[in-house]
Ligand binder design. Sequence first.
Ligand code: ATP
Ligand code: MG
Length: 393
Amino acid sequence: MLFHAFLIKYAEIAIKGKNRYMFEDALVKQMKIALSQVEGEFEVKKEQGRVYVFCPENYDFQEAVEALQKVFGIVGICPVVIYEEQGFEKLAEDVVSYMQSRYPGYEGTFKMYTRRAKKTYPMTSMEVSSELGGRILEAFPKASVDVHDPALTVSVEIREKIYVYSETIKGPGGMPVGTNGKAMLLLSGGIDSPVAGYMIAKRGVKIDAVYFHAPPYTSDRAKQKVVDLAKLVAKYSGPIRLHVVNFTDIQLYIYDQCPHEELTIIMRRYMMRIAEHFAKENGCLGLITGESIGQVASQTMQSLAATNEVCTLPVYRPVIGFDKQEIVEISKKIDTFETSILPFEDCCTIFVAKHPVTKPNLNIIHRSETKLEEKIDQLMEEALRTTEVIEIR
Ligand code: ATP
Ligand code: MG
């Protein structure tokens, strides 16, 4: 069956009172971005408190649905068949033929739901529903009406044309990206940080990202992997400005000057400082990491406190309380897992000590960082200046 349109259901945003228009506009904007990746001209329209997608004559249904399933804020996607409005007799015929083609020989329970947006229509919605119910029972003698718990709800909207739908495909939920400001994601090539970015974007936050690499210790393939991960996250979050920071000289300098068991912590403090710099430069209201308590030495409560200390912006860690397996499940669901497990070296793993501190003492870390005073400002400036910005779409 050819569907002419999709009716988009959104719950969370509908209850936002006066902000509703802002939320709907953001939703429409994100839907347009998502559908621009699908072949054909789709028209996204707000109409009397509803959002519709009108489809071109030829399009790939599955592809369109999958694109919409990545737009946060959408709770349900209803494929709609549109008929001309030519009086009730024609409407009844159309609904019966809709049923015959969608549910041939239907024997279950059903309910009719009518919404009359065209107020000049000569029958009330109750009348339309009960008349149509009768016609369906005639055509499907084994079917029965159950208004409380029907197996099937057939909805009819009377507008300039007649919209018929009976199925709701699950959307991703959440809130439209762009309704809750912007944050800077520290995106590594691992499993956790893409999931973290996805989770915050799901709450309506636009995402930018920063990746630290250490050429020639890390390869172009490792960088490409992060670009690929950013593209996968961008399918949900919309465009991402990815900052690729050359971290080699800073890492080498820390390696030369500081006790090796503190390397990871000090390095991560510099990552946070640089990420915060770009966050502020880009109007971001927070940082996002894929940290989870206790996952590795640099993520004990003491280590998290040590990396957190250098930031003034809030740091969002949406997977903080998740086990690895729970994070893996989400990464599989959002399709980043296979890319995340590609075996390319990460800049952190190259300089790791055999026995990193697990309970860093802040006084000691501060003292170690004073050993960097001579050159660190200059190296930081250099790193900021040489950062490459990649626009991910
Ligand atoms: P991931 O957490 O993405 O699976 P990981 O577990 O190897 O990778 P850690 O080294 O434990 O990451 O770092 C914790 C967090 O710090 C990451 O989730 C990410 O937000 C950030 N981070 C680590 N390395 C980098 C990097 N090279 N570039 C950007 N951010 C990074
Ligand atoms: Mg991790």
